[in-house]
Design a protein around this ligand. Sequence first.
Ligand code: BG6
Length: 464
Amino acid sequence: MSGTMAPPSDALVFFGATGDLAHKKVFPALQAMVKRGHLDVPVIGVAKAGWDLDQLKARARHSLEAHGGVDGVAFDKLCALLRYVDGDYADPATFDLLRQTLGSAKRPLHYLAIPTSLSSTVVGQLGRSGCARGGRVVAEKPFGRDLASAQALNRSLLAVFPEPDVFRIDHYLGKEAVQNLLYFRFSNSLFEPIWNRNYIDSVQITMAESVGVEGRGSFYDQTGAVRDVIENHLLQVTACLAMDAPLRGHPEAMRDEKARVLEAVTPLGPDSVVRGQFRGYREEPGVAFDSQIETFAAVRLQIDNWRWAGVPFYIRAGKCLPVSCTEVLVELKAPPCAAFGERMEHPNYVRFRLGPDVAIALGVRSKAPGEAMVGQEVELLATRGIGVEMAAYERLLGDAMRGDPTLFAREDAIEAEWRIVDAILTSATPPHEYQPGTWGPVEADRLIEHPGGWANPFDTRTVS
Ligand code: BG6
């Protein structure tokens, strides 16, 4: 995004090459980068699976068949760039072999598509073996498990890589829809005068997924909804919605404002969260039979600053919900008096659909045809798109290869995010059970004071 003079990376190493994240997101991003002519350097997968390069290529093909399709020409080019190093992350020999495989590369990018608990070990080995020299590192979310471990992880990253070479990926920041949310807010003069406590009644953010844990039971059972998506993706979305306008021309301005608003959020306490677990979760492979991990969480946030004091931000995320959809609803206050005697449950609103499709819409009322002064809700659609031009992982890996940090999370924002959720991570209250295919436990309804309750994406009020 911001033009940068740093030389591009001359090799791309990805750890966790045989894992779930590589299968779902990394291979599709790599093929897309090759197709666009953005990737023409050695690509080295690292994992401990006892595999050889042909098995990794077969895995890449399988990944693409399942996620977006194989492009014959781009896939062959990717295979020609692909190398594979098999070995344990704690074994120095793995990294000596990696150094050898890097050959003449002087500025490798190391992408840690691995559980956060392994990151410090890998980074230490990268430093010891000389693989880190001149290179960059991309760390995956969640960064640590809580504030203290996030700080420890940060120390181990900075012991080996200087801050400008550390990229903390939160793929929500690379989503077209999240970029458009920022663009829409700060490129229209219409919104800024009303974007505050005087006009806005409440904000809801829902990240619903109809899928369960999809074979990721052992990862998920160490993580839960708060660590998996609320602490990172949804608090970053909150920051995009609530931040002040960035100062023009200052490369860190966007990240400064996000960190500032996250620091103004009041840390969550037990009264501001409801956790749920879908029935059947404990039978998933890799999940403890008595697991207390939440697959659903709803929280009520307060931002303690002049713009937002008193405006509740309601955030919900869950697996096995009725639909897959991420949506933000910013609801305005009702008109001061009901000129036509109507009771309005939902006055004006701005709706940002962040996925699977992209939409920005304004909800207004207009008179229903007929004699009576009775209204109806109408949506004015500002933007709508199904396909995305560039998937988040492709955009972000490309940015990291070029050394552009703009769309990566900064450590101060990450630590502010952990401060917000830290107290609820250790909460001993068992999660409420909910039936798969429902909107989570009914207890979540007690968190929301809005007269209309939670707004479920795809309900009859909003356009699908
Ligand atoms: C990941 C989470 O970060 O985001 C997953 O680990 C979740 O549990 C995924 O399914 C959702 O991403 P997207 O881009 O499909 O909304």
